[in-house]
Design a protein around this ligand. Structure first.
Ligand code: DC
Length: 224
C-alpha cells in the first residue's frame, strides 16, 4: 500500500489531477475538502454565523459523517443523506473554510481521514495532508498556480456544475479563503518541508498527473 498527499490552495487543480492519478493507478481518491464542506453545510443550515465558533462546535455532536466509495467515487453522507453538489456552492466554500479553522472540527475529522488511508492505497487531497493527516506519505506534492489561473478554472468548474458565478467574485472569495486557510493557527495550508512544489499554471491536468506519477515511480525505485 502507498499514499500520495496533495495539498495546495483552492483551484490549483488538486481534485482533477488526483482523480486522474487514482484512475491510472487503480487507487482510491479521497477529497478531504468535502468533509469540511459537509460540516459547513450543516452549520449554515442551522442558521449559525461563520464567525460563531461556539455555535460551530455545538453542532458537532449532531453530525454523523460517513464516507463511502461507490464505483470508485467518494460519497459523503451527512446523517445518512448524500448532499451531492450542494456542498460545492460558493457560500458553502466560505463556510467550509471558516469551520476548518476550528480545532475541534479538525479533531472531529482526523480519524475518518486516517482510517481510509489505513485500508487502501490512496491519493488524498486537502490542505494538511502532508503535514498532519499523512505525515509519512510516500509522495507529497504542494500544487499551486497563479491566482488568475485558479480563479478562471474555478469559474469554469462552477459553470459546468450549473452554478454560474462571476470571475471577479470567484477571484475575491478565493483570495479571502486562501488567506483564512493559510493563516489559521491549526494545520495551516502550507507545504510540508519534504513536499515537492509544483506550479501548474501552465500545465495541463495530464501533465501534472504525469509529473506526480513520476515522483511515485522514483520513490518506489528508491525503496526497491
Ligand atoms: O478543497 P476544498 O476547496 O473543497 O476545501 C474547502 C475548505 O476546507 C478549504 O477552504 C479549507 C478546508 N480544508 C482544510 O482545512 N483541510 C483540508 N484537508 C481540506 C479542506
Amino acid at each position: 500500500m502507498f499514499q500520495i498527499a496533495i495539498d495546495g490552495p483552492s483551484g490549483a487543480g488538486k481534485s482533477s489531477v488526483a482523480k486522474l492519478i487514482a484512475a491510472r493507478l487503480g487507487i482510491v481518491y479521497v477529497d478531504t475538502g468535502a468533509l469540511y464542506r459537509t460540516i459547513g453545510y450543516f452549520v449554515r443550515g442551522k442558521g449559525i454565523a461563520r464567525t460563531d465558533v461556539a455555535g460551530i462546535v455545538s453542532c458537532l455532536p449532531h453530525i454523523h459523517i460517513e464516507v463511502r466509495f461507490e464505483n470508485g467515487t467518494q460519497r459523503v453522507y451527512l446523517n445518512g443523506e448524500d448532499l451531492g453538489d450542494r456542498i460545492r456552492e460558493p457560500e458553502i466554500s466560505m463556510y467550509a473554510s471558516a469551520v476548518s479553522a476550528v480545532p475541534e472540527v479538525r479533531a472531529f475529522l482526523l480519524d475518518t481521514q486516517r482510517d481510509i488511508a489505513k485500508k487502501n492505497s490512496v491519493i488524498m487531497d486537502g490542505r494538511d495532508i502532508g503535514t498532519v493527516i499523512l505525515p509519512h506519505a510516500d509522495v507529497k506534492v504542494f500544487l499551486f498556480a497563479s491566482n488568475e489561473a485558479r480563479a478562471l478554472r474555478r469559474t469554469k468548474e462552477l459553470e459546468a456544475k450549473g452554478m454560474p458565478a462571476r470571475y471577479e467574485d470567484v477571484l475575491r472569495e478565493m483570495i479571502e479563503r486562501d488567506d483564512n486557510d493559510r493563516n489559521r493557527a491549526v494545520a495551516p495550508a502550507v507545504a510540508a518541508p519534504d513536499a515537492t512544489l509544483l506550479d501548474n499554471s501552465n500545465m495541463t491536468i495530464e501533465e501534472s498527473a504525469e509529473a506526480i506519477i513520476a515522483l511515485l515511480r522514483k520513490k518506489q525505485e528508491e525503496n526497491d
